[in-house]
Design a protein around this ligand. Sequence first.
Ligand SMILES: [Zn+2]
Length: 91
Amino acid sequence: MSPLTKRRTCVACRRVGAKETMIRVARGADGAVGLGREGRGAYVCRAETCISKAIQGKAFGRALRVEASSVDWAELETELLRTITDSNVES
Ligand SMILES: [Zn+2]
């Protein structure tokens, strides 16, 4: 693998993969957690099992250092699952 390829670790299964194969979740300056934000980030595989595991195991909360109660995790899970569903659509 090229040394220029950024590698990231999935917060759920700890698999290390190329940045492009992972979904980035970040905590913005306003403290809100979501996709496509600047700020402290955590990565998860584009896989339903990893997304669910990361949400249910509160791995994002630990990785992003946010109060678990300050985030709507169900909404984030829905958003992440929609992201992988969209990218899997045959064209
Ligand atoms: Zn994973």
